[in-house]
Design a protein around this ligand. Structure first.
Ligand SMILES: NC(=O)c1ccc[n+]([C@@H]2O[C@H](COP(=O)([O-])OP(=O)(O)OC[C@H]3O[C@@H](n4cnc5c(N)ncnc54)[C@H](O)[C@@H]3O)[C@@H](O)[C@H]2O)c1
Length: 241
């Protein structure tokens, strides 16, 4: 690599996004981070550019990429969920989740790959979820009213498949596209839920954004030209019983 390692990160204002921005901008690898979010991030370091963008809007995505001519990596992290029961799911809710999680990731990936092909280099990391691999266990949600939804799982298995598809189609252009699928991260959930989740988790605790950083570094490593289309599950072993 002869150029600056410019990385685009979506969902940069969120729980995982903030951790990734801090980590990448402090890395010894001299990354330059485009911190994208619907709500503009407030990072003020010279190697971070905050960009306000709705990734579901094709014109906004294309317009953003018109100013980018070299790219080391793209981390498709923006994502949303919905927690109401399936039988009360509205079509609007359903489409909104697919719009952010799948349409947004598709638009960002398409534009990034156009640039990466020219350089014959690129790393794309898509953030999936354990619920793109396994269905959620409703027994641990109890009466909380927050249950993981069908459409979230559908979108995340779609992300895993998109990574495989793109990995196979652009491997010959030296572009690696992989998924990181986190388990549940702790974030003010009801105590009863956390306790049940922890019992089910071999590691005995929920995750934190820091738990994802080794996988992020691993997949962004310049030397990786051969791990492609993988889904790295980072869940403390939750899905391994
Ligand atoms: N937190 C968890 O427990 C967990 C577990 C597994 C997977 N994930 C996945 O990790 C990713 C990040 O999760 P998080 O917990 O940090 O979420 P978060 O809600 O804290 O952050 C998501 C960010 O995405 C942004 N965003 C939403 N819609 C957008 C749009 N249309 N355009 C641009 N930005 C948009 C939001 O403004 C927000 O800042 C998501 O894809 C999520 O599905 C999270």
């Amino acid at each position: 690599m002869t150029f600056t390692k410019k990385i685009i990160l979506t969902g940069s204002s969120g729980q995982i996004g903030q951790s990734f921005v801090n980590h990448l901008s402090n890395s010894k690898n001299d990354y330059y981070v485009y911190a994208l979010d619907k709500k503009k991030s407030k990072n003020n370091k010279k190697n971070i550019q905050n960009v306000e963008i709705d990734i579901t809007k094709e014109d906004e995505v294309v317009d953003f990429f018109s100013s980018i001519n070299e790219l080391y990596g793209l981390v498709n992290n923006a994502g949303i969920g919905v927690f109401t029961p399936f039988l009360s799911r509205t079509l609007e809710e359903f489409k909104k989740v697919l719009d952010v999680n799948l349409v947004g990731t598709f638009l960002m990936s398409r534009e990034a790959i156009k640039i990466m092909i020219e350089a014959k280099f690129g790393k794309i990391i898509n953030i999936g979820s354990i619920y793109g691999v396994n269905s959620s266990d409703y027994r641990i949600y109890g009466e909380s009213g927050r249950n993981n939804s069908e459409v979230y799982s559908m979108s995340k298995s779609g992300i895993i498949m998109l990574s495989k598809y793109l990995a196979t189609h652009f491997a010959s252009d030296n572009i690696q596209i992989n998924t990181i699928s986190p388990g549940g991260l702790e974030r003010n959930q009801a105590q009863g839920f956390i306790e049940k989740y922890n019992i089910k988790n071999p590691t005995g605790r929920m995750g934190s954004p820091n738990d994802l950083l080794p996988a992020l570094d691993f997949l962004l490593n310049e030397q990786n030209e051969y791990i492609n289309g993988e889904n790295i599950i980072v869940d403390g072993g939750f899905t391994k019983w």
